[in-house]
Ligand binder design. Structure first.
Ligand SMILES: [Mg+2]
Length: 369
């Protein structure tokens, strides 16, 4: 099933409430979408949401790289995902966000060709998955608590708090949220590399009674040795995020004893093809996975949700980016329950089910290969 055309578009989506984390502020989604069309007429959609402080790429670099990738795979078999991803991954060790966009479009085509929703194409069956909702850095504890109150009112059962501030500043924020939400809401913390080893130890020990699920990326991306030390020192599971892009990182982290959990993001892994390998390594090591996101629309979130649905070892779900958007340019795909906060609904349409509403795209920022 040869590829006859690839459409590449820049897509900007405004965010209602900018999200501040240790690494920067996300005030708009500056994404890339690709549509791969085959000679049979079947097509697939994919999305990239680059965030340079983590992924090292940008909307402009993705837009340029996508054109090279498109020329490389045009006229070749869309169903030979192994070969196509070897070519795309061989083109750059960088640009993981846009490699992921091509990957999810190819999986979309393959699942459509099989007549199956993507999670079934991946061998999965329907299971209940619910996302948490994230609170970024707020200026005051009262601001953080106000955010948590809104999340509680929307009936979520899990909250992720961005931490990683200097000293022990985070402790008051996390403590106040636990006091507000009571014992039945899951709380996770994510430092985005903001702490050093002694600060991480001090914070996690100060939060020992708050019944947290895990601490995500407490230390610098490269600091495997201290992540392993930290695991020995504290009584809280450690989740690697920025430290794990692909299966090679996963294997190194496992060998180092540096993480209890691994956070798969399609935009770091370069897509589902490598995400499956990360999960397989985690499973072999007895480690659970989390699935996360950058600022993808429901298009990118749909692909990630299908992967999570298909692999029960992906236990922790953090697919909440679209909750922060002012508009929703996606037709079909994953939707979120109105009553049960964070509950994902995946359609049983073939593929990942999501398409971009072309009226949201700007012809001036589009190219066809
Ligand atoms: Mg994270």
């Amino acid at each position: 099933m040869n590829i006859v055309r690839i459409d590449i578009h820049k897509l900007k989506i405004a965010i209602s409430n900018p999200i501040r984390v240790k690494l920067g502020v996300i005030d708009a989604a500056q994404n890339i979408v690709v549509k791969i069309t085959t000679q049979s007429g079947l097509y697939g959609w994919g999305e990239a949401s680059p965030f340079a402080p983590i992924t090292g790429d940008s909307q402009d670099s993705n837009y340029a790289a996508a054109q090279q990738m498109a020329r490389m795979i045009k006229d070749k078999d869309a169903l030979a995902i192994e070969a196509r991803m070897a070519e795309i991954n061989g083109l750059s060790v960088g640009e993981p966000s846009v490699r992921s966009a091509f990957d999810m479009a190819l999986y979309d085509i393959a699942a459509k060709a099989a007549g199956m929703p993507l999670y079934r194409f991946l061998g999965g069956e329907r299971r209940e998955i619910r996302t948490d909702l994230t609170i970024g850095w707020r200026d005051t504890v009262a601001d953080t608590v106000a955010q948590a109150r809104n999340i509680l009112a929307a009936n979520f059962n899990a909250i992720k708090l961005k931490v990683g501030r200097p000293g022990l500043v985070d402790v008051a924020h996390v403590t106040a949220v636990r006091e507000l939400v009571g014992p039945d809401i899951a709380l996770k913390i994510d430092s985005n590399q903001g702490w050093d080893y002694p600060t991480a130890v001090a914070n996690i020990k100060a939060m020992a009674d708050l019944d947290l699920d895990y601490a995500e990326q407490p230390l610098a991306v490269w600091d495997y040795d201290n992540m392993a030390r930290l695991r020995d020192k504290v009584d809280l599971p450690i989740c690697a995020d920025e430290s794990v892009f692909d299966h090679h990182d996963a294997l190194k982290l496992v060998r180092h004893g540096a993480a209890d959990y691994l956070n798969i993001k399609l935009g770091k892994a370069g897509g589902i093809h490598t995400g499956l390998k990360i999960n397989a390594i985690a499973e072999a090591a007895g480690a659970k996975c989390m699935i996360g996101c950058f600022a993808e629309s429901r298009l990118g979130l749909s692909a990630a949700a299908h992967l999570a649905m298909a692999r029960p070892n992906i236990t922790f779900i953090d697919l909440d980016s679209c909750y922060h958007f002012k508009s929703d340019p996606v037709i079909g795909g994953v939707t979120f329950d109105d009553e049960i906060g964070g509950l994902l609904h995946l359609p049983d349409t073939p593929g990942h089910g999501a398409e971009i509403d072309v009226s949201a795209l700007d012809p001036e920022n589009s190219i066809q290969i």
